[in-house]
Write a protein that binds this ligand. Sequence first.
Ligand code: GPK
Length: 823
Amino acid sequence: MNAATAVTLSRRIEDAEDVKRLIIEKLKYAVGKDPEHSVRQDWSAALILAVRDQLVDHWMASTRRAYEQDQKRVYYLSMEFLIGRLLKDTIINLGLEAPVREALTELGADYDEILRSEPDAALGNGGLGRLAACFLDSMSTLGIPAHGYGIRYENGLFRQSIHDGWQAEEPEDWLVTGHNWEFERPEVIYNIPFGGEVITTPEGKAVWHPAEVMLAAAYDTPIAGWRGRHVNTLRLWAGKPAKRVDLDRFNRGEYLSAMEAAVRAETVSRILYPDDTTEEGKNLRLRQEFFFTSASLQDLLRRYLSSHDDISKLPEKVAIQLNDTHPAIAVAELMRLLVDTHGLSMEVAFQLTRETLSYTNHTLMPEALERWSLQLFGSVLPRHLDIIRWIDEQHLRTAAAAKRTLDLERVRIVDHTNGQGVRMGHLAFVGSHRVNGVSALHADLMKQTVFQDLDSLYPSRILGVTNGVTPRRWLHSCNKPLSDLLIETIGEDWIGDLEAIEAVAPYAEDAAFRERFRAAKHENKCRLVAEIQSRVGIHVSPDAMFDVQIKRMHEYKRQLLNIMEAVAQYFAIRNDPAADWTPRVKIFGGKAAPGYEMAKLIIKLINDVARAVNSDPVIGDRLKIVFLPNYNVSTAERIIPAADLSEQISTAGMEASGTGNMKLALNGALTIGTLDGANVEICDRVGRENIHIFGLTAEDVANYRISGYDSRAVIDGNETLKTVLDAIGSGVFSPEDPNRFRAIVDRLSYDDYFFVTADFAAYLDEQRKVDRAFMDKEDWTRRTILNTARVGWFSADRAIRDYAREIWNVETPSAKEINQGGE
Ligand code: GPK
């Protein structure tokens, strides 16, 4: 054994003594404090650094293996990675929880408090960003050599606070206390050009003369999977100026303008756009997209060429997944690099590009499909506009040759009609060999709606890969009471192979097991009761049904339908307080995009209704309404284990998949939901009798959109609905401003685009069935156990295997091999 290896081994943690030694060492030599004078932040930094050390050997071994075996690599390009906290999950993945807890206790520090002090890495908005984070966990777990590529936003998703019922936004600054997981890579730096013009040389070669060049600098975070054997990299790019200060200007005393270029460059990675579905801040957003896509492609090409000579073999060794259209510029950028830098012909470059790239679509909502004006696009990325026009010509030839009669204007990437612009969804589609939706229904609807023409031109390019969630974070780590019970009952295979959780199904018939399953839920509920009390000062009973809707605030997700049901229930209880009511706590959590007025008004409505209901002595514990501010990954980890009922009530056809639906079912909540997104597949798996489905189907909705829907008539025909809307519209919940919610009622009365009124009656009926079902404790528990047992298929590991097999052409080990382990 040589000296270097000996040093490495001494850092390995075997027991609490090792942990203590390492933490003290980190406190002293990395943080620069002695234990007597260390504050919580110091302990936290020391612990993270000590745990991070545990990853490094495996990380390097993973990298070495990929090179030595010349493995195909997967690159997941995503504008968002909604990671949350890393410490607890990493410790659990490495199996170090017991020694770490013991060591910290002996050192006089509080382990749980240290875990809570880690800021959430909120580099994402919602489902799309969280999916990317779950996929990183699964790719590491499955040992796929993969990189996540994204942006190192200085400010992640805004922090939400509630003032007098209204949402207020404050900047989020997760980096202020230092991000101890990451390794800065000052040597990994790329030029990112913008603007200028393209000049064609006499030989006919296009040469781009950019007006401005900035730099992308790499920061790496190691990502360990289950048991920590394989460690991948999340590489995030930060914007840097080519020159920090303009010395001439500085010396002339022009201090601010001397920094101008630096500020411009750093702005590109300053802030995450807080919008879930529509693009805004157009110029900066386009720059952000190009910035991280270009840096990532340059980086992966460099890596490929460091061990391969033949660029034409790229698709055999590289698969690039585009997470939504945000990195769709990759189609043109990869072509640019292959042609302008590596000298390939356009034809060859296009073929390689298409074989390498694939694209995941996450929504059918037309306003979310990115489109850039020609003017903006041409001014920021002139060379790319030329390349896109070339691709469009090829594509039009394919279209013209197709037997079907097609409206050619509709399939073009560059829209020449009045809208004029570059359609990024079309670009991603045409430049990819596979295009996937995120649930079976969503993939079907892609073929029937937004991508109908493209599907007919390129049949079999579209496929569905239903989303999944990581069982490590979303059960094993966030729900210890249930995880412990499962491990004791069926062993721990399910953690690395979630479908093995099916083994718990027979225990649904075992009364003693049901008792313990309920006790686990009760424990989680008590923890949430305390949090609700301390954060919003509302006392709720853990014996009531916890009815949970947690997700971004959006009209199509229909939080409005939920709060309208609460109003109906409130009136019903007041009319007959002595009846046999099923006590409920309605829990809401979610952020509204700052510019989305209607969503913000719905938050206010929820809070105004909550104020009336919670303070009404007649109501008591029969109904309570809670809006928990600043919903994020960490809050989700505490709410989900405590939920009894999961609200998945989007207008059918509008929620591409949903992933909260999976997490909640896995943690033993029953779903009340529409036949939308992955709810359809959840229903198939848990069984129709173990889920509460109601309302219009996607087909019904599509038919109404054609034939017309008269919400006025529906309102007039439903006394309850009328009463609820009259109350909301006339200021019963906002006496200080009676017209506050007029806009909501008007919308529902004249233009109920999301079919809230259409589904109202069916929703209320189903809720009353849920009430009765909840009162039968044994049967309810039986059904919740069957939910947990039967949703194993919705593991992100399964989703990643599907991608690996159907899109990336990468091999994955069997579940058995994962559980048996070995290097
Ligand atoms: C879809 F288009 C988008 C978007 O901009 N952000 C986002 O979070 C979500 N999504 C879908 O709305 C969910 O149905 C889906 O489960 C999730 O992406 C992951 O695919």
